[in-house]
Write a protein that binds this ligand. Structure first.
Ligand SMILES: Cc1cc2nc3c(=O)[nH]c(=O)nc-3n(C[C@H](O)[C@H](O)[C@H](O)COP(=O)(O)O)c2cc1C
Length: 412
């Protein structure tokens, strides 16, 4: 028998806890995001369809991206218990300098399209968090502008070697002069991937006002107010415009680039050289033999070759083959701090985030990028504690296995 009583007003009163309402709309919105997926949903609501799809989309059937994300979701962790994890150290050394977290911001083109603060927001947030920021050749903020936004932190520059070599080499020189310490040479883009969403949306640079984009703009006035009231949206280092990003890439990039270009770049650059977009053990070996400071296993976030190898799957074999000779980093598909922990456990020294950063940017400018980093940081720390490790160096392959669904079968 349950004994019942009249509810007592004093006890009821104790249960009533009214929070002070958050009047800052942006903060309220960002505080409500607990995951990168949440930020993605907010980003989608606030960004014109063509700009969101340019960011969110990938090439052809988007299989590469979907599989890369699935590979991380298919991780099974194997924790150790009864370890002191009251404090965890998430910091690491990467390419001759520190990073407070095992990830940095990946280079992304046309970033002010997503939200007007663009690279300035990314570089500022990176500085505040003590992680590196990478500026793309196709960036919308100048090399010097990024340096000014991140004067004390680490800036990296991503190079596309263009048909007009002079333009590329001049950018390398400027990045060197501005104190950027690492150069990413992207090699997975001899031609542009087929970004079908851009084609279907009729997306072009600069964005065009059509009846369709005007209707699409109605529920997203803030993006348009930003677009129309801030400096013109354009490439900071290129003059070509008109057409889809794919068409611009195809007209600017040189499909003849080869290993010899690497030697030329080495002669122009005093800092670290990292090759981004490596997708096979043999290429990793060839690059390590040429003495590069690092490689990034990446399929460009699935935006180039669809059905490309999943970088996370390549990782153990590449680390076994070249891990002693060069530094192996990884990107593509990272949506959770646990993804980063898994990559580090399997031997990645560092990771890069592309869309996770851009979803934050679209959801709330600089504060949105801060939120992305905060979400990933707390996921990394919590995952490490629950795994029973107190530092990144303690993460080992034994902490991670993968469900069988996507694990590659040995080649015949
Ligand atoms: C909108 C967008 C633009 C990108 N632009 C560039 C670029 O200009 N140069 C480059 O090397 N990689 C570029 N990337 C690829 C990223 O550097 C990175 O490899 C990729 O985003 C990682 O996958 P993730 O988005 O799943 O994190 C771009 C990615 C996105 C999403």
């Amino acid at each position: 028998m349950v004994t019942r009583q009249f509810p007592r007003p004093v006890e009821l009163f104790e249960l009533m806890k009214f929070k002070k309402p958050e009047l800052d709309g942006r903060k309220r919105r960002l505080d409500s995001a607990l995951t990168i997926e949440d930020l993605r949903r907010i980003a989608k609501r606030r960004t014109p369809t063509a700009a969101f799809d340019y960011t969110d989309g990938a090439a052809e059937g988007e299989l590469s991206l979907r599989r890369a994300r699935q590979a991380f979701r298919d991780v099974e962790f194997h924790p150790s218990v009864l370890r002191d994890v009251s404090k965890v150290d998430t910091s690491c050394e990467i390419w001759g300098g520190p990073s407070a977290l095992p990830f940095g911001i990946a280079p992304t083109g046309f970033t002010r399209l997503m939200q007007t603060e663009g690279e300035i927001a990314g570089a500022g947030a990176a500085e505040a968090a003590g992680i590196p920021f990478t500026l793309s050749t196709l960036g919308t903020t100048s090399i010097e502008g990024v340096r000014a936004a991140n004067p004390t932190g680490r800036n990296w520059f991503q190079l596309y070697v263009m048909r007009e070599r002079k333009i590329s080499y001049e950018l390398v020189r400027r990045a060197d002069a501005a104190g950027f310490d690492t150069l990413f040479f992207t090699v997975d883009t001899p031609v542009a991937g087929a970004r079908l969403r851009d084609k279907r949306n009729g997306f072009s640079i600069p964005p065009q006002l059509t009846p369709g984009t005007i209707i699409d703009a109605l529920p997203r006035p803030w993006w348009w107010i930003d677009f129309l009231t801030t400096p013109k949206l354009e490439f900071a280092s290129l003059t070509s415009t008109g057409g889809t990003v794919g068409e611009l890439l195809d007209s600017a990039m040189d499909p003849t680039i080869s290993f010899e270009d690497l030697d030329v770049i080495r002669g122009l650059w005093s800092g670290n050289i990292v090759v981004k977009g490596v997708q096979s053990v043999a290429d990793a070996r060839a690059l390590a033999d040429r003495g590069v400071d690092g490689i990034v296993l990446s399929n460009h976030g699935g935006r180039q070759l669809d059905r490309a190898p999943i970088p996370f799957h390549l990782l153990p074999e590449v680390v076994r083959e070249v891990g002693r000779d060069t530094t192996v980093a990884l990107d593509t598909g990272i949506m959770n701090g646990a993804d980063i922990v898994s990559a580090v456990a399997l031997g990645a020294k560092f990771t890069l985030i592309g869309r996770a950063y851009l979803y934050g940017l679209m959801a709330g400018g600089r504060q949105g990028v801060d939120r992305t980093i905060e979400i990933l940081r707390s996921e990394i720390e919590r995952t490490m504690k629950l795994l029973g490790v107190a530092s990144l160096a303690e993460l080992e392959p034994r902490h991670v296995t993968q469900l069988e669904r996507l694990v590659p079968r040995p080649r015949a």
